[in-house]
Design a protein around this ligand. Structure first.
Ligand code: NAD
Ligand code: ZN
Length: 344
């Protein structure tokens, strides 16, 4: 038996339950979870917002960012040895659809997400397909190993943008935006300008190396970005907030011929000035879904191995039993990454 944080029934909240350790299929591995970090998606499930109501079918153990030790393997597992230390790609892809067969498995049309469509990792143990495991060096502590998944979103957003020598504007300093700051720096950004309403998160952005930190509540963001870029506007926009006003301002502050990576997910359709914000500007706008398989994971590992220090972004580590406090911290918008420790 094991303890797990379960969305037991439709409605807000979650509860700790005792349940059987998951069974393994022939190509599955069983992981003893060392750390499981909380993502905005988990907050949607916890608070039971309209998206969660339409997607999630309780009872469900949720949580999809994690790492741990492989303690059992199915009969047909070949690549992941018993005892390995692994993180996980949260998207279980089909491998058969048009996108998967064209090298675009990150947009697999039959994707199943761990902790959303199938049991997740806010538990002492989780079973995943061998193909989703990412072997990780033990020199990276659990709170770092687990955030390789959300860091991958930042890596993917930056990797498709021409950042070397560029002025980069990043909107939204949630955990993913915060990861993007040192990634942009390591990629050779000339100037990193960030926009974020939360004071605690602006402070974290400075600590992570942002050159200019703006508050959209009090600063004229578009004017300030133009001032900071010699009147040209930002060469690159990394949109990590999902906020409609931020997306509009980001495109307005982009220079002619600039590149925009859009990762933040708006909660409803957004009205944009496409004519002036994109078309006449000749801008390149790219949607970013998850992590490229497995290009992004190799790059993420490379940044970590190069010595990138993400520890300031991990602001809280709590036992699974303190999940209520953990979700309150995430909902406050004042924390960085909040990490649960299901096995102490
Ligand atoms: P988060 O909610 O912690 O961060 C969003 C940040 O944007 C917050 O700090 C918020 O204060 C800030 N913000 C709000 N209004 C703003 C404005 N007007 N200007 C600038 N910043 C503003 O979320 P996160 O976990 O860091 O994720 C970032 C976004 O990426 C979310 O929208 C999330 O849903 C999305 N996401 C997308 C993918 C994908 O595959 N595309 C994957 C994971 C998360
Ligand atoms: Zn597929």
């Amino acid at each position: 038996m094991m303890t797990a944080l379960c969305k037991a029934r439709p409605g807000p909240g979650a509860e700790l339950v005792d349940m059987p350790v998951p069974n393994l299929g022939p190509r599955d591995i069983l992981i003893k979870v060392r750390a499981a970090s909380i993502c905005g998606t988990d907050l949607h499930i916890y608070s039971w917002d309209p998206w969660a109501q339409g997607r999630v079918h309780p009872p469900l153990v949720f949580g999809h960012e994690f790492c741990g030790d492989v303690v059992a393997v199915g009969s047909d597992v070949t690549r992941v040895p018993l005892g390995s230390y692994v993180a996980a790609e949260s998207h279980v892809v089909c491998g058969e659809c048009y996108e998967c067969r064209h090298g675009m498995a990150h947009i697999c049309r039959y994707v199943q997400i761990l902790g959303v469509d199938r049991p997740g990792a806010f538990a002492e143990y989780v079973a995943i397909p061998e193909q989703n495991a990412w072997l990780t060096d033990r020199r990276f502590p659990p709170e770092i190993a687990t955030v390789q998944e959300p860091m991958g979103n930042a890596v993917h957003s930056a990797a498709v943008a021409p950042i070397a020598g560029a002025n980069v504007a990043i909107f939204g300093m949630g955990p993913i935006g915060l990861f993007t700051v040192p990634i942009a720096r390591a990629s050779g950004a000339a100037r990193i300008i960030v926009v974020e309403p939360s004071e605690d998160r602006r402070r974290l952005a400075t600590r992570m190396g942002a050159d200019v930190v703006l508050d959209p509540v009090t600063d004229d963001v578009v004017r300030r970005i133009r001032e900071e870029t010699g009147g040209e506007g930002a060469d690159v926009l990394l949109e990590m907030s999902g906020n409609a006003a931020a997306i509009r301002q980001g495109l307005e502050a982009l220079r002619f011929g600039g590149h925009a990576s859009l990762l933040g997910i708006p909660s409803r359709p957004v009205e944009l000035d496409l004519a002036d914000g994109v078309i006449f500007k000749g801008a390149t706008v790219m949607g970013i879904a998850g992590r490229k398989l497995w290009d992004t994971w190799y790059q993420t590992r490379g940044y970590l191995e190069s010595g990138m220090d993400l520890s300031p972004i991990i602001t809280h580590k709590l036992p699974l039993s303190e999940y209520e406090r953990a979700f309150d911290l995430v909902a406050s918008g004042r924390s960085g990454k909040v990490v649960l420790l299901p096995t102490g």
